[in-house]
Structure formats: C-alpha cells, structure tokens
Design a protein around this ligand. Structure first.
Ligand SMILES: NC(=O)c1ccc[n+]([C@@H]2O[C@H](COP(=O)([O-])OP(=O)(O)OC[C@H]3O[C@@H](n4cnc5c(N)ncnc54)[C@H](OP(=O)(O)O)[C@@H]3O)[C@@H](O)[C@H]2O)c1
Length: 324
C-alpha cells in the first residue's frame, strides 16, 4: 500500500503524510544505520525529512545531505535556525563520544544524558546576517541549493514577529533558498506566526493529545496554514503511559480492541498514538523518529491508511490521568 500524500495548505507543497525526524541522526544513531533507515523509509514512500543544525550532535545535516545526493528532486526538506549544539569542553566532548553508544542502548543512561546541561541545545540570537549565514551553511551540509521549508527553531513569540527577522526570511524566499518559511516552536510562538501579514506558511509544533494545540491554532489562523506535528510517542512519555494503562486496566484494553487495535499492548498503543496524530493533522505532515526497523514498519503501515478520527477521543480518554 502506498503512503497517504498531502498537499500542504497555503504552500503548494506535496509530501508524504509521514515525515522522518532526524534529531538523533549522528548521535544516538550512527551514520551507517542512519543512512540505511533513511533509505528504507524513502523506499517505503517517505518524502519529508526534518533536520536542524544542532541535530545529531551537529552531524545530522551532513549525513542527510549524503543520503539526498541523487534523491533531492522527490524530497521535501526542512531545516531550521535558532538553536545551536551544547557548549562542551574538550573533556566533555570525549565523555559524550564514549558514553553515546552506551546511552543508545540503555534508556536510563539516555535520560541522564538528556538531563545534563551538556546535551541541551542553546538558543542563538537571531539577526539578519546570522539567519542568512546559517541557511547557507545548512545548504552546504545538505548539498542542495534550497530547502522546501526553513524554520525558526524554538523562537520567542516576539522574535517571530520582529521586523528584521521577517525581512531576513522574506529575502531568503525571494532568493529562492527556501520555498516556504516556518515557525517550529511552542504554541505561543506558532500562534504569533499565524498572524495575517506574516510570511510563515508552515507551523511546526508538538501535538499534545490532551491539550490539542492544533485546535487552538485553527481558532486564530485567518489564512490557510500548513501544520507539521511531532512528539507522537515521546510527548510526556505518552507511549509508556499508555502501555502501562493497557497492562493494568482490562476495560481500557477491551475498549482499544473493540476499536480495532487488537495487538499486544505496545503495538496497540503505538498504533493508536500515530493514528491519533494523523487524524488530528489530516492535511499536514506528522514527524516521527523511526530509526528502528519495527518502528518504521508500523509507522509506514499506519501512514498508508485513511485518518481515523475516532483515535483522537480514544487517546485523549486513555491518556487522562486516573481519577481526572
Ligand atoms: N522544536 C522542534 O522543531 C522539534 C522538537 C522536537 C522534535 N522535532 C522533530 O520531530 C522529530 C521526531 O521527534 P519526536 O520528539 O517527535 O520523537 P518521536 O517521533 O515521538 O520518537 C520518540 C521515540 O519513539 C520511538 N518510536 C518511533 N516510532 C515508534 C513506534 N511505532 N512504536 C514505538 N516507538 C516508536 C522512536 O524510536 P527510534 O527512532 O529508535 O525508531 C524514538 O525513540 C525529531 O527528530 C525532529 O525532527 C522538532
């Protein structure tokens, strides 16, 4: 079955409804495994790839660029500006390099890595020259002359609407280096970016099953705007919470089975969460990290189905804290 294809409102961009998120490409996932995963996803119909300069400990864009050589025409590419990799001393870099392969295998160690300031992205001040230089450096690493989407990465609402930032982005659109510009941030920044006179045609944000930020965005948007969502499995530990609920609550499990999610708890929970993400954003792109082959297989299979609106309510109910 082929993947569902969407035409993003207000952009004319067409892509697979499922996009590949490359935040771990080059860090948790090594180059060879990463290239294999990207190729398998692309062969399976994925045509949207999401990256940023600090992803993969600064390696993701270059690895994605290597993958794109010879494949660029059929692919939609989004990169960003606004966050840099963590500042590390020489000793810290060495500890990171040695610890990274272990962290990839052990979730506890991974959590400790994430909690450490040495692994956190740093915001960089946005100015016209810096924005243009960042995109030029990204294009060089990605081995292309344009990106389909260029995003402000985790901007404040004030930066999103700042005149000099907006003008810098419009210049890049006019130069053909980006086909569309985007706010990739929290709901407040995306709300600011949805303003009538702004150039943002795409908004990228975490889609929380409980608070449903896309509904809030639709209320303020006065023009067609495309949405790219992420954090399907990771949001607030959604997947592990749902699995725990299914394992401890037989009526919840039966409800899911009756709705057609008749697999072991982990697979049923993952299927429900990605179905919910597609149904919540039916004409946009849903990003997932899917370097593991079983994850990729499941996500690709679900992306071939028509959106299932019932998944939204079921996920909301089953993720609600007990007693709420
Ligand atoms: N501000 C921003 O712009 C922003 C913020 C966050 C994320 N993003 C983008 O969104 C992408 C996705 O990130 P995310 O945080 O949303 O992560 P995610 O897709 O929710 O993935 C989180 C974890 O879930 C696993 N997973 C994927 N499919 C699964 C399945 N079917 N069953 C069980 N587990 C599954 C992944 O494993 P494997 O990868 O090992 O398969 C990963 O370890 C990022 O790579 C990045 O491109 C953007």
């Amino acid at each position: 079955m082929s993947l569902r294809v969407v035409t993003l409102p207000g952009t004319g961009l067409t892509a697979s409804a499922l996009g590949f998120g490359c935040a771990s490409l080059g860090s948790r996932i090594g180059r060879a495994d990463g290239l294999r995963a990207l190729a398998e996803a692309h062969d399976g119909g994925v045509t949207w790839f999401d990256v940023a300069p600090p992803y993969g400990a600064g390696e993701a864009e270059a690895i994605l660029g290597e993958f794109l050589a010879g494949r660029r025409d059929g692919v939609r590419l989004c990169t960003k500006v606004g966050l840099a990799g963590p500042e590390r001393s020489g000793l810290m870099r060495l500890a990171y390099r040695l610890g990274r392969p272990l962290a990839a295998r052990f979730a506890g160690l991974r959590r400790r890595f994430r909690a450490a300031a040495a692994t956190r992205y740093r915001p960089i001040a946005l100015d016209a020259a810096g924005i243009a230089a960042s995109l030029d450096q990204s294009l060089a690493r990605l081995r292309t002359d344009h990106v389909d989407v260029f995003a402000l990465h985790a901007p404040s609402p004030a930066d999103t609407v700042r005149d000099d930032v907006v003008r810098a982005l419009e210049d890049l659109l006019a130069a053909g280096k980006a086909r569309a510009v985007c706010v990739a941030g929290d709901l407040n920044a995306c709300r600011a970016g949805a303003g009538a006179d702004l150039p943002y045609r795409v908004l990228q944000l975490a889609d929380d099953p409980q608070t449903e930020p896309l509904a809030a965005l639709r209320e303020v948007a006065t023009r067609p705007i495309a949405t790219v969502t992420h954090s399907v499995f990771g949001f607030d530990g959604a997947l592990s919470r749902l699995v725990a609920r299914l394992e401890s609550d037989p009526p919840a499990r039966r409800r899911l089975q009756a709705a057609g999610y008749d697999a072991a708890p982990r697979e049923a929970a993952a299927s429900l969460l990605i179905d919910r993400a597609f149904a919540s954003n039916p004409d946009g792109v849903v990003l997932a990290s899917m370097f593991a082959a079983p994850h990729r297989r499941l996500n690709l299979a679900r992306a071939a189905l028509p959106p299932n609106p019932a998944a939204v309510q079921i996920a909301r109910d089953l993720l609600r804290p007990a007693g709420a």
